[in-house]
Design a binder for this molecule. Structure first.
Ligand code: ADP
Ligand code: MG
Length: 696
């Protein structure tokens, strides 16, 4: 097969308007489904399938089934009970069923008469007359038997004004174009054994033959689906890699530690950098010293010491005469980071400033001025940093902390905001969510990656125990004893069906209960419904020791640092994902005291939930946990459930299809180096016309 794929496949690249029956109005409707070119129709895959290949005997039907049936009308009458309806009794010798129509016209009444033969498709239900079908699709047929279809009927995502039937016809036309096109398969010689070809997969999925088992199709586990998922992931990785290559052609200021500040910085630290911190810092400094913008992801488990690496990086920028912006998700974190970084850098006469929504009045004015003049060398803040009113004189480095929920679009946006003339800023994105390597290489292929894979010496692992919900009262006594000794505790409330309202109610309930049970302790409450400033106020009180117990929904997940809190209780742990539990647990184990985490659960546990809890009890290693999470295929916890916008995928599901990732990486690398001419058509097939990546 040849590699001159792009010119030959041009028929598929034509707009859908080129198909028979597609005028401007339909083309507009199709574009709402992401279909602009003929090729897009091929990759518009069914959501599910209906089996209309077998005529089911009426004697063996069960309510809830969607089935194809056939028989003779024994009776047809209009009934007036409650609502006027047309009732037709169909029998086939094995049994009978009633068709019920609430809307019908004279023509239908004339067709549906006693003695007529009908074929129907619909859902079987229990009704007043026994088994019924309400408004089935039906056709009156001759007495001669007609064979049913030989393929399962695909059901597509549709949009208003575009019906299944029509969409099916367009897809059939697109497939006819495909059959006349050579070399539609860009991966044929790269696939592992046993994977079907592209055209075969498309053909199969748009009309699986009679007898195909629907279950694996619904689970996305059929080889044809996996073939396309693999291809889609390859296309996405390639588009991110190309983004990365494009960046090499951009320019940035070279940031060299000209004043040799980093050595001075390290010698005044109260600790030595770990080997992993030093290695990550070296990678960052090497990037900063080049004239193309850095775009690096720094991963390190909670407590691995990313802040000091960030501070040293900012120092390199300051040393070269440029500014750094450090962006964190909350005001409290901004204050913490500002305090830490200023504590380290001020002795070296570096000006570190804080800019959040609560910095107001004359202080704000001064910080803004110092930022605009370049006097402020490091500015720490929330995303308020990127407001219009904030101007930097010489911004060359942007550090984003704890933003594991940042998708590619936000990364691009950030870069736009930091852009000055022809120069792009260097970017360092730090995350405490350990991401397995294969996933990083796919979902973050536009970033280079550094990993801090060791904790500073002397850390005590958090002792983790798993306990039944029924022992909760005992646990309350344990909290009393713990906090009575001057220490603090977190109590993380149940997660209720993803609803913030119910979450809040449950948290308030637990808060009341603990206040009542522990009258001598101060119990505080934070939850997602509070405003940022309310949340900050409570967190601050906990931080300063004013509260003994902090009752919280899962909002405590993000980077709080209260070393005196050494006990955490997590309710309904069986409902949470592994990585989320690990992040939560990372809030304790930060001080000198041995720390404990109690995972409460309500039996019975599912196998997966049990496996998750077992992993947490056995290890504190975030990377091992993330890898396990991926294997157990929890509900998208590795990337965070809220991160669905990370990649817009049509067929693939990056968590469900995680086992494909090693092949995705190999194949995309091979295409880039050995078959670069296939890259563009492949990306084009899987990304939409106005692709987000095209805007870079
Ligand atoms: P994270 O990676 O979670 O952001 P931090 O940067 O907040 O971690 O570091 C956690 C704690 O560990 C801080 O108190 C920090 O001062 C300390 N720390 C960082 N690096 C080291 C080290 N090499 N040796 C000892 N302590 C360290
Ligand atoms: Mg941190």
């Amino acid at each position: 097969m040849s590699d001159r794929t792009d010119s030959r496949s041009s028929a598929l690249a034509r707009p859908v308007g080129a198909l028979r029956g597609v005028g401007p109005r339909l083309a507009e409707r199709l574009s709402r489904l992401g279909v602009e070119r003929i090729a897009d129709l091929l990759c518009l895959l069914p959501l599910r399938y209906e089996d209309r290949t077998r005529i089911r005997p009426l004697g063996g039907l069960m309510p809830g089934e969607k089935v194809l049936i056939e028989g003779e009308l024994e009776l047809a009458e209009v009934a007036y009970r409650r609502r006027r309806s047309l009732l037709c009794r169909v029998a086939d010798g094995t049994g009978a069923i009633t068709l019920r129509f609430f809307h019908f016209n004279r023509v239908q009444q004339q067709q549906l008469v006693r003695g007529a033969h009908v074929r129907c498709f619909g859902e079987v239900r229990n009704g007043p007359t026994g088994l019924e079908m309400i408004h089935p699709e039906y056709r009156v047929i001759g007495a001669e038997p007609e064979p049913p279809g030989t393929a399962l009927t695909p059901i597509y995502p549709t949009t208003e004004g575009l019906h299944q039937q029509r969409l099916r016809r367009f897809i059939q036309q697109a497939m006819a174009v495909m059959e006349k096109t050579d070399s539609v398969d860009y991966l044929h010689d790269r696939l592992p054994e046993g994977y079907p070809e592209f055209a075969e997969s498309i053909r199969f999925l748009h009309g699986p033959p009679q007898g195909t088992d629907i279950e694996p199709l619904l689970a996305g586990a059929h080889p044809c689906q996996r073939r396309l998922a693999l291809e889609e992931l390859v296309a996405h990785r390639l588009s991110l890699q190309r983004l990365n290559l494009g960046r090499r052609r951009e320019h940035a200021v070279m940031l060299k530690d000209e004043r040799r500040l980093i050595a001075a910085f390290k010698s005044q630290l109260p600790f030595r950098l770990t080997r992993a911190q030093q290695a990550a810092l070296n990678e960052i400094l090497a990037d900063l010293a080049t004239a193309s913008p850095m775009h690096r992801l720094l991963q390190g488990d909670v407590g691995s010491g990313k802040t000091v690496v960030a501070a040293a990086s900012a120092l390199a920028a300051a040393s070269a005469g440029y500014q750094t912006a450090v962006m964190v998700p909350t005001e409290l974190l901004a204050e913490q980071q500002h305090k830490t970084i200023a504590g380290w850098l001020s002795p070296l006469e570096i000006q570190v400033r804080l800019l959040t929504g609560s910095v107001t009045g004359s202080t704000r004015k001064q910080v803004l001025e110092e930022t605009a003049s370049g006097h402020a060398q490091v500015v720490v803040g929330t995303h308020a940093l990127f407001q219009q009113s904030v101007r930097f004189a010489r911004l060359a480095l942007i550090i984003v902390d704890e933003q594991h929920r940042f998708g590619v679009n936000q990364r691009l946006e950030l870069k736009q905001k930091g852009r000055k003339g022809l120069l792009s800023p260097h970017q360092l994105v730090m995350t405490a969510t350990p991401i397995p390597r294969t996933l990083t290489m796919t979902a973050y292929a536009d970033l280079d990656c550094s990993i801090i894979d060791e904790l500073p010496p002397g850390r005590q692992p958090v002792g983790t125990a798993v306990m039944r919900q029924s022992r909760r009262a005992e646990l309350v006594q344990r909290v009393r004893a713990h906090c009575g000794g001057g220490r603090q505790a977190y109590w993380v409330c149940p997660l209720i069906e993803e609803s913030e309202n119910l979450d809040y109610q449950a948290a308030a309930e637990v808060g009341r209960e603990l206040s009542d049970a522990l009258p001598n302790l101060n119990v505080g409450l934070v939850h997602g419904k509070m405003s940022a400033s309310e949340k900050d106020r409570v967190m601050r009180e906990f931080n300063s020791g004013g509260l003994h117990v902090l009752v919280a929904t899962t909002v405590v997940e993000v980077g709080v640092d209260v070393p005196n809190a050494s006990l955490m209780v997590i309710e309904n742990a069986e409902r949470m994902g592994l990585s989320q539990l690990h992040q939560l647990r990372g809030r304790v184990g930060r001080g000198r005291d041995a720390s404990h985490c109690i995972l409460l659960y309500k039996p019975p546990l599912t196998d997966v939930a049990e496996a998750r809890l077992r992993v947490l009890r056995a290890t504190n290693d975030g990377f091992a946990i993330a890898q396990k999470d991926l294997e157990l295929r929890g509900p998208g916890e590795v990337l965070g459930t809220r991160q669905t916008g990370l990649m817009q995928l049509r067929v693939a599901d990056i968590v469900r299809d995680a086992d494909l990732l090693p092949d995705v990486i190999r194949i995309s690398d091979e295409l880039l180096t050995r078959f670069p001419q296939r890259v563009d058509p492949l990306i084009g097939r899987w990304t939409r016309g106005s692709s987000e990546y095209a805007k870079v």
